[in-house]
Write a protein that binds this ligand. Structure first.
Ligand code: SF4
Length: 248
């Protein structure tokens, strides 16, 4: 993949919304929250709004960027786009009408492939019937531990062409993971000064569940104090499998 983004499983990012609030253990060391604080300190106009200090932080208040909703229409080269790397599109403070505009842009630009990832799976499932689901929209939920497996059930209700899981940072075993209706799984360990180490067996068991169900598996990194410090090989090889739609 050619990449303008540092995220291994995508090519570029598009942030029509910035800002968020922590909702579960996977958010504890939120990269976007820390980055928003730095961007505000650097004077970035997109990060002026502060969030609730209990769940968010400086520059990380939910902000709708109306001027960016149509941006992908001007991108000629087809690309894989991670939507809202700096927020969660299904946050309660993002109105349905705004989410619908984001989906309209995705539908109007079939040359691009969009990856939308949320931790608000209940709201996603509730709003899904009011959204268009073109084939170029991949919809995913984050599943960091077994307490969040219900998000997978909510995702299964969504009529997306590709439903995927981001098990990153993986914080515990996912032994009862049911991959019915799931087309792709990403796993990664946490990185940063407060990283929580990932266990080799947790990763292997998710990979083996993917192999058994013929689901593409992508292993992003082991994590550690820096993202690349421990590499990204699992059992002597890289795991860069992608959904069929992306490999052509
Ligand atoms: S949902 Fe995502 S963007 Fe929002 S606080 Fe959690 S990790 Fe950060």
């Amino acid at each position: 993949m050619r990449a303008d983004s540092a995220i291994e499983w995508t090519e570029s990012t598009w942030n029509p919304v910035t800002g968020c609030d922590r909702v579960s253990a996977g958010c504890d060391n939120c990269y976007a929250l820390a980055l928003a604080k730095r961007l505000q300190a650097m004077g970035s106009p997109r990060y002026r709004v502060d969030g609730d200090p209990r769940t968010s932080g400086p520059g990380f208040g939910v902000t709708l960027h109306h001027d960016l909703v149509d941006a992908p229409r001007a991108w000629r080269r087809p690309r894989i786009v991670f939507v809202n790397s700096m927020s969660d599109l299904f946050h309660a403070r993002v109105p349905l009408a705004f989410i619908q505009r984001v989906f309209e842009t995705m539908e109007a630009t079939p040359q691009h492939t969009y990856q939308v990832l949320t931790k608000r799976a209940t709201r996603l499932a509730r709003l899904a019937p009011q959204l268009s689901w073109p084939d170029n929209v991949w919809m995913g939920v984050s599943v960091e531990n077994a307490q969040q497996l219900d998000r997978v059930n909510e995702l299964r209700k969504v009529p997306a062409a590709v439903r995927f899981l981001s098990c990153e940072p993986l914080l515990g075993p996912l032994d009862s993971l049911d991959l019915t209706g799931i087309s792709w799984v990403i796993v990664g360990g946490e990185s940063g000064p407060r990283y929580r180490p990932v266990d080799l067996e947790w990763v292997r068991r998710v990979r083996d569940a993917c192999s058994l169900s013929d689901v593409p598996f992508f292993f992003k990194q082991w994590g550690g104090r820096t993202p690349k410090i421990a590499g990204r090989e699992l059992d002597g090889r890289l795991w860069d499998q992608m959904p069929v739609a992306a490999t052509g």
